[in-house]
Design a protein. Structure first.
Length: 171
């Protein structure tokens, strides 16, 4: 029994990530509303509902009051792109291969919104994708897409002709 217990973690570590998984929409599925908010580069307690001494975040607090909070959650890497890839795939960095802020997720990577679509959800992505350097193209698993290249622009919009990718169209 001790040998089996020692081998199980090693077997889990060596598993291949899923590739070519066929996803089909389930007829009659009745989804609940899900809003997943990911704000990287902030302290764990930098939000009002966690009783921060001076931060006021009433809109996020309102969402949190009817949602779920995962106080024991943590990121597996300190870089935003690999961390985001882990959240969206459920895989560790050595399995999804997004190891820095410039790597694209490999073709065929399964993102959890694909499973939500299978369950009947209409999905949308709004914000910083930032897995693939300059690419902001729509990804599998999202019915609606609003994103921008890299980190986005920190300058006034009038300096840039196009800023957003909305469902594959630059605006």
């Amino acid at each position: 029994m001790g040998m089996l217990a020692a081998l199980l973690p090693a077997a889990a570590f060596c598993q291949e990530k899923p590739r070519g998984l066929e996803l089909e929409k389930i007829e009659g599925a009745s989804p609940r509303n899900i809003i997943f908010v990911l704000a990287d580069d902030r302290r764990y307690d930098a939000i009002g509902f966690l009783d921060h001494p001076f931060l006021k975040t009433p809109r996020l607090d309102s969402l949190a009051s009817g949602g779920a909070h995962f106080p024991s959650a943590f990121v597996t890497t300190s870089l935003c792109s690999p961390s985001r890839a882990s959240i969206l795939t459920g895989l560790f960095m050595h399995h999804h291969n997004v190891v820095d802020n410039n790597d694209l997720a490999p073709p065929g990577t399964i993102f959890f919104p694909q499973f939500l679509q299978r369950a009947g959800y209409e999905t949308a992505f709004v914000g910083k994708w930032h897995m693939g350097g300059g690419s902001d193209a729509p990804r599998p698993g999202f019915d609606h897409w609003v994103s921008f290249r890299g980190q986005g622009r920190y300058y006034p919009a009038k300096k840039w002709k196009t800023m957003l990718n909305i469902n594959g169209k630059r605006v």
